[in-house]
Design a protein around this ligand. Structure first.
Ligand SMILES: *Cc1c(COP(=O)(O)O)cnc(C)c1O
Ligand code: SF4
Length: 336
């Protein structure tokens, strides 16, 4: 009896775990899968040493074979430009180390804080501002979890806890349940927010069990996904987002403005429309954080403002994301 019910429980969740265990991390394999020129292999390998290649197969399937400029490929393929040191670009551009009251907690804004639930992601985005974040120091053991919960309980002005990372949804459901039950027992909280890229890069993660977790406490669930280009939303991603939406989860998107990937009116408009068709509203369009190795993705502020002005003239207001930059020590994202 016990055995068969365990089996039934384990079966649906195994697929996402298998998928995350089967990521592509070998540059040669990626170039072969996409029929790309192997000449760039040495520079891909060199850049991958500082920050490894890591990408789920399902994300690769949405790329166009033979196209070195594919907007999804450019987000994840290590390359020579990353090795160029750029003045003004650092290891901790957001100075998060200074806003870490205890391991795993980043409390910079009024009424909400980030809980670093996982150090890893399913994908390594080349422009990631956390490329150099000291995750090892923020990997929490049980005692540290208890301290984080005690800290949250003591902060009477908090309304919302944001599970972040890394990607919080790489954590298993049992641990997520423990965490949400702890948070739901803290009376001043009324929202639970999750910042995750998994619904995009590994949509099999959106299981019924995950919905039970997300919608299973008194806290209002908000999921902020991270999608930069309309090509990232295929039928499987669409179905996962619909599922979340139908379960009553508020869905928002944050994107990063990236040169050569989404820095055109057409790309940004089609991103907003595709998100909306899947039940997601655009929330933030971030100016790149100046992390070492990402300078080649930067779009000037002037160009960024032009792009937003242009899409504002063509789309309804709710499809225009807020263009922001994160400035260390500011109490909120700063509008441009
Ligand atoms: C971005 C961020 C938040 C969330 O900000 P919102 O404007 O509420 O989306 C909270 N805490 C930190 C440290 C952040 O960087
Ligand atoms: S999913 Fe987000 S946190 Fe993870 S590597 Fe990409 S940008 Fe960074």
């Amino acid at each position: 009896m016990a055995q068969s019910s365990l089996f039934i429980h384990e079966l649906p969740s195994r697929r996402w775990q298998d998928e995350l265990a089967d990521l592509i991390t070998d540059p040669q394999q990626l170039l072969q899968l996409l029929q790309l020129n192997p000449e760039q292999l040495p520079s891909v390998r060199a850049a991958g040493e500082a920050f490894a290649l890591r990408v789920p197969r399902s994300f690769i399937r949405r790329m166009q074979p033979g196209n070195p400029q594919d907007p999804l490929l450019l987000q994840i393929l290590p390359g020579a430009p990353e090795l160029v040191a750029s003045p003004g670009y650092g290891a901790d551009p957001l100075e998060e180390a200074a806003a870490n009251p205890l391991p795993g907690v980043v409390h910079k804004y009024h009424g909400r804080l980030l809980l670093i639930v996982a150090g890893q992601c399913a994908v390594n985005c080349r422009y990631c501002f956390r490329r150099a974040f000291p995750y090892a120091e923020n990997h929490l053991g049980r005692t540290q979890w208890d301290s984080a919960i005690t800290y949250i309980r003591s902060q009477t002005k908090l309304r919302e806890v944001i599970l972040s990372g890394g990607d919080p949804l790489v954590v298993n459901d049992r641990q997520l349940h423990w965490l949400s039950n702890q948070l739901a027992s803290i009376p001043q909280l009324d929202k639970l927010r999750v910042h995750t890229r998994l619904p995009i890069v590994a949509p099999s993660r959106i299981t019924n069990a995950l919905l039970d977790w997300l919608c299973g406490t008194r806290l209002k669930p908000i999921l902020v996904i991270h999608c930069n280009h309309a090509n990232e939303i295929d039928t499987e991603v669409h179905a996962a987002l619909q599922k979340l939406r139908n379960a009553g989860v508020t869905l928002l998107n944050q994107a990063v403005l990236l040169k050569g990937i989404n820095d055109s009116e057409e790309a940004l408009m089609s991103l907003s429309e595709s998100l909306f068709a899947s039940g997601v509203l655009p929330y933030y369009l971030h100016q790149l954080d100046r992390v070492q190795g990402a300078a080649h993705f930067e779009v000037s502020d002037q160009r960024a403002r032009q792009l937003i002005a242009a899409i504002r003239n063509q789309l309804p207001g709710y499809l225009v994301p807020r263009l922001v930059r994160e400035i260390p020590a500011e109490g909120a994202k700063s509008p441009l």
